[in-house]
Design a protein around this ligand. Sequence first.
Ligand code: MN
Length: 638
Amino acid sequence: MGELGEYRRKRDPARTPEPFGAGGRGEDGRPRFVVQRHSARRLHYDLRLERDGVLASWAVPKGFPTEPGSRRMAVHTEDHPLEYLTWEGEIPAGEYGGGTMDVYDSGPYELLEEKRNGQLTVRLDGDRLRGTWTLVPAHLDGEERNWLLVKREEGSRPTNRRRYRPMLPAPARRLPRGDWLHEAEWGGERTLARLAEGEPELWNAAGAETTDTHPTIARTLGRGLRTFDCVVDGEIVGRGGSEVYVVRDVLQLEGEELLGRALGERRAVLEELVDPRTAPIRLSESFPDGRALLEAAEEQGLAGVLARDPESPYLPGDRDDRWRLVSVRPPRDAGEAEDDERVIRAGRRTVRIRHPEQRWWPDEALTKADTIEYYRGVAPVLLPHLHARPFTIKQHYNGPRSPFRWLKDLPPEAPDWIPVTEQPAKSRGGAPVRYPLVNDEATLVWMVDYGCVDLHVWLSRADKPDRPDAVLFDLDPADVPFSDVVRAAHLLRAALDALGLDAYVRTTGGEGLHVLVPVARVHDHAEARAFAEVVAGALAATSDGLVTTERTTSGRRGVFVDTKMNGHGQQVAAAYSVRPLPGAPVATPLRWDELVEDLDPRELTMAVVRERVDRLGDLHEPVLHGRQRLKAALDRLV
Ligand code: MN
């Protein structure tokens, strides 16, 4: 018979609802265990094993080890009465162990080994915890109560550390009909998060880790989710200490990938998972009536309404119209205060800037006006890269973090002095699209005011739309670090050099690199693409797995060399574009000797790039008048 003396000494039956039973309920069959999730001053999981009529107990901070050989400190605590096997409840604040106690899992267990020094090896047979663990009286830091909990091989699982890309909604003008789930879109920072053995990891839509950027969310994630092993998707709203992580989806739970399950099922899992008592972690509320929500979103100035088909799977990195985003337009000019406008003179034109002080990158204290100022500063090197090229408007409704839409035709509200080029569109049965041309500073400023953060143009110019003046290799990491992208770019450059071709490199502002081969305007898009495919294929075949040309995203690993932007009507983020990502990174032309493995593309900010342009001019100026020809190179290849 164990001792409950210490347990009772620490508790006053008048002040805590915890059980005070005499113990020794005596059950037939196998002994039982319970693991309780104890959201106390420090979050921990209490492991209790039925032994000698009481529950021997250990407190494991954050979560259990689940990977083979993985270990966690386990603080040996006083024996608990057997009634604790099923006890759940609230221990008043200020009392011993004050906080919430939930049963995480329970079931029978088997004692596989007991050593003289007290070491126990047990096989847990619960619903969520199955497998073998060893409790070692390790006396960490010389403290007798500090044991180790070690995961043994049996029933262990390696953590799937894939940094999923978020699934994206298709922009929509209207809410769909039928039984869809509607949620508010807050216009926050899209963020995916993992708990692995209770340790948090956050990353953004581009796959960059943001754990340190959101310390409050990282610290409270384990408390807000009733597990120590999962991957969720959502958006971070608000700033600093008042950030809230609005959780919308669950991709993994306790070793199982849930991507193929219907959204309705994933929602049901989420509703169990998100602990409503943790303020910074919140379940995105779902409404059947989308119209009422859209009205509320308009009134309250939210970004829009996300409508999702309850049958939809989760497709990482894909845009799919089973998810639709209806954005709320910002209020029109009418009624706005006059001092919330600024007039900029550029050449012969004046452009009115609405909301110049709008905080576009709050963490960097960068406003819309700062962004316009940047673009005006680099206009002398940027405009030649936009000049005479069909320009596609990517309009953000409310700054870089808000939803956006693509506009090919110049919208009717644009001033009539912006030139357009008519280009027949396959998607319209040959009917023309009226693309704007950003040929001068005034048009550039108007575009940014209209909501363009990054600038997208064709690889060809309007006068010879079928004759690109560069071949583009788009290098994107798939599950590999940026240093691999750097290595791949140097390999690509060496291959092009062997073919007698000069190439130029720039960051994309995200995790990738663009390598451009300027050519004479004599090849069509198909020839450019065929050339790029041959080179990319040769690289993939000889780079020992560093480079891949695998088009399907699942299972793709390495540096993906994408060649499909070499095509009619493809729009490419121009050099010197600011990207709508945290930190306001810029697509920056680099010298090859600057492209080193520890380069961090996020450090190429607006301020850094302005200074570079002042010092270096336009490193990509040669891209604008290429004379190279692909035929000679192709002949050498074949
Ligand atoms: Mn506890």
